[in-house]
Ligand binder design. Structure first.
Ligand SMILES: [Zn+2]
Length: 163
């Protein structure tokens, strides 16, 4: 990672929500290219969560499009879905990565509130369908402790006796 990159560019590296494609005609070409590049699957935070779950011998599916919000990880056996959210794009509250670009304030605010709203709707729809929804924030994926804490409800579920 080049040290000359701005904080904003570093944040843009993380994936934007997939469903926000389109409607971005007012984005300048360079920013658009950056955004397209980062809007990809298999981000580092996602890989960290998958590796962690593998080590715990969980079986899961990825990017299930048939479910609201296309969750990143689906553990059918545990009726649990996991979203791995970038702190910047999904506005992790109180997180130092949740910065707001200085320029084009309204553009970003609109984008952020649309993301947050979409997340809330996905969450509600999934819960209505009987899924447990876990959000793992990007900043929690850098340590085993962070992963363990964010996935606590899943890990505890596993240790419960089967009835
Ligand atoms: Zn965060």
């Amino acid at each position: 990672m080049a040290h000359s990159e701005s904080k904003e560019t570093q944040n843009l590296r993380h994936r934007a929500p997939r469903s926000s494609a389109g409607g971005e005609t007012d984005v300048d070409p360079i920013r658009r290219r950056i955004m397209q590049r980062v809007r990809q699957r298999d981000t580092l935070p996602e890989l960290a969560v998958r590796r962690f779950l593998h080590q715990k011998r969980y079986r899961f599916r990825l990017h299930v499009d048939g479910l609201p919000g296309s969750p990143d990880i689906v553990l059918k056996k545990y009726r649990t879905v996991i979203f791995v959210h970038g702190c910047f794009w999904h506005r992790h509250q109180g997180c130092r990565r949740t910065t707001t670009p200085k320029t084009r304030h309204q553009f970003w605010q609109a984008k952020f509130s649309a993301n947050v709203k979409r997340d809330a709707i996905s969450n509600e729809s999934l819960e209505a369908l009987g899924w447990r929804v876990i959000v793992v924030w990007e900043c929690q994926t850098t340590t085993v402790l962070g992963l363990t804490q964010s996935l606590k409800s899943l890990l505890e579920f596993q240790t419960k006796p089967q009835s």
